[in-house]
Design a protein around this ligand. Structure first.
Ligand code: SAT
Ligand code: MN
Length: 595
């Protein structure tokens, strides 16, 4: 092995993995533009990356039809006791899981190159940042990591001889016999896919999938599952939240972090351009927030990522113009359709449907075709820095002070457009009971209602009962400096099945109300579920929405809310004695208010 690394732990880990996985070659990544170019060239030659004539330096990839989203049923939090992983995580004891996976890893990189990818989550060298090293046999992973994280040889310099890092081992799980022809998207069958986390030793092992969060291990695996466990130990927070800055016409800045489940519009809200005059919105991050209490006692957030891995279908100049402008060049597209003019296309894009395209499976497609041209979880990978509304302070090492936290989800009924928590502890209750209809971001049924506390159900790296307690503890530490907490639902529908709220840029109206609440300028009424806007306090100027629709949108039906009680009870009961006393208290007060 002639790989030049000085860090002792890294040196022996690379040697160990090479002996286990027996790749043909080992390549140490440096993160340079030339390296990216070189990898892409090879992927083009192999017919795996399709260059897009219409978008400079942009490429389309098609995954195997079985490997199109995160696999939550195959995702494990492997702690010494099952109680530590808790009821929301799949668990296998570390010894057993490692034995199974070692058998899979043995010889798994035969015929392939093993890439060693040094990366930083957060600006390189920032005190909040964490260093990871991903070892992967997927060149697709290398080029995506180049965009989504900071891949650089500076990371190795920073590590020195004895610095620590989070090892992230990944294999597509498809060794090649001598002379065997490779497929364009190698992966293993579902029963051999394992996305495993060992939070007690800050270790990630992923096997069998090449897609998104299963394979780009800096994202959900490191920055959420492992980081959430570290954050609890160290007294900070790793959350599934977008971060944005809203500036009022008077120039006052508000920083907002919002948690919604995957594919519920985080990217759209993060890049939203207000429809109300004089207000300005800038993007800081679209998926993950790491938050720490600063020297002044306030909560400061950084976006640990370097790019956006966003859902393509539904993205258009009317839903998210800033994303569309981010996607003009230097983008990787996965599972989108290919037009005859050499561009990507997906359902919901502006303009007419193409008369003919190649669908995400590589087959001819016309508007008459029964299936969609792009997969519902088709994605773009784009550098955050090229977003036209990226905030100039998005890489500030100390982060930005958060004023407002938002929870929400996709609910066709029951939940009004917006309400405010009475206080922090009530806000924790709102986060802990958040529910949403499932989306295509996970392999599984779409549209089922599930409790997704803090939008972290698939991403919390320890017992979620303890996670709730951690939120209460943070509230105690923050005291009067704590951000205010709100709950939103952009997705409520009328009796005849139409969305009641226009959403997108008009969501700025809801954010404005939150800012005015903080400044004591907007009134609210107490209801059993929280504080809702006083009539007239939500700025609806210039919006064409009927009084009836608005009433329905904001309505709170006590009977419908009472019907939630048994489900919340069932949800809470899964946590047994790990359910915080404060949450029990919040729940009984909620029931009391509904009486
Ligand atoms: O595939 S990812 O996990 O990165 C996307 C998502 O589910 O949010
Ligand atoms: Mn996400």
């Amino acid at each position: 092995m002639n790989i030049d690394v000085k860090n002792e732990k890294l040196k022996s880990w690379i040697r160990e993995v090479a002996e286990l996985c027996t790749p043909d070659d080992i390549y140490l990544c440096n993160g340079s533009k030339d390296e990216y170019r070189d990898m892409i060239d090879r992927l083009i030659k192999a017919g795996i990356a399709i260059p897009l004539e219409k978008r400079p330096n942009s490429y389309l990839f098609r995954s195997d039809p079985s490997d199109v989203a995160r696999v939550e049923d195959n995702t494990y939090i492997s702690t010494s006791s099952q109680a530590e992983a808790g009821p929301t995580n799949n668990w296998i004891a570390p010894d057993g899981l490692k034995k199974t996976m070692l058998d899979l890893y043995r010889g798994c990189m035969k015929g392939r190159t093993m890439y060693v990818i040094p990366f930083s989550m957060g600006p390189i060298g920032s005190p909040i940042s964490k260093i990871g090293i991903e070892i992967s046999d997927s060149p697709y992973v290398v080029v995506n990591m180049h965009i989504m994280t900071r891949v650089s040889s500076r990371v190795l310099e920073l590590l020195g001889t004895d610095g620590d890092f989070i090892p992230c081992l990944h294999s597509v799980g498809a060794p090649l016999a001598p002379g065997q022809k490779d497929t364009k998207w190698p992966c293993a069958p579902i029963e051999k896919k394992y996305i495993s986390h060992f939070p007690e030793e800050n270790l990630i092992w992923s096997y069998g999938s090449g897609y998104g969060g299963n394979a780009l291990l800096g994202k959900k695996c490191l920055a959420l599952r492992i980081a959430s466990a570290m954050a609890r130990r160290e007294g900070w927070m790793a959350e599934h939240m977008l971060i944005l800055r809203l500036t009022s016409p008077e120039g006052k800045q508000y920083h907002i972090a919002a948690a919604f489940p995957s594919a519920c519009g985080k990217t759209n809200l993060a890049m939203m351009q207000p429809s109300i005059a004089g207000w300005k919105c800038e993007c800081i991050g679209d998926d993950i927030a790491w938050m720490k209490i600063g020297p002044d006692g306030r909560l400061y957030a950084i976006n640990p990522e370097n790019g956006f891995f966003g859902v393509a279908p539904g993205t258009s100049y009317s839903t998210n113009p800033m994303a569309m402008d981010t996607l003009k060049e230097n983008v990787i597209f996965t599972n989108c359709a290919l037009t005859d003019s050499g561009d990507v296309w997906w359902e919901g894009m502006d303009g007419d449907e193409p008369a003919h395209a190649i669908d995400w499976k590589g087959k001819d497609w016309t508007p008459e075709s029964p299936a969609d041209a792009a997969h519902a979880n088709a994605r773009f990978t784009a550098p955050a820095a090229q977003c036209p509304v990226i905030c100039k302070d998005w890489e500030k090492p100390e982060g930005l002070p958060i004023d407002i936290l938002i929870f929400g989800g996709r609910r066709t009924g029951v939940v009004p457009l917006v309400y405010e928590a009475f206080d922090w502890d009530h806000g924790v209750f709102l986060g802990a009971t958040a529910a949403s209809e499932t989306t295509a971001a996970n392999i599984g049924a779409v549209g089922n209602l599930r409790r997704d506390p803090f939008a972290m159900k698939p991403f919390c790296g320890y017992n979620m009962g303890d996670y709730f307690q951690h939120w209460f503890n943070m509230g105690e530490k923050l005291g009067s400096k704590a951000p205010r907490i709100f709950y939103v639902n952009w997705f409520r529908k009328s009796q005849d099945g139409k969305f009641l709220w226009p959403g997108f840029s008009d969501n700025s109206r809801v954010l404005k109300w939150m800012c005015e609440r903080i400044d004591g300028r907007a009134g609210a009424q107490k209801t059993p579920i929280g504080l809702i806007p006083d009539e007239g306090s939500l700025d609806l100027g210039g919006l064409n929405i009927s009084h009836e629709n608005m009433k329905e949108l904001m309505s709170i039906n006590p009977e419908e809310w009472k019907a939630e009680i048994p489900d919340i009870e069932k949800h809470f009961s899964t946590f047994g004695n790990r359910l915080p006393e404060k949450l029990k208290k919040q729940f009984s007060e909620f029931i009391e208010r509904l009486r």
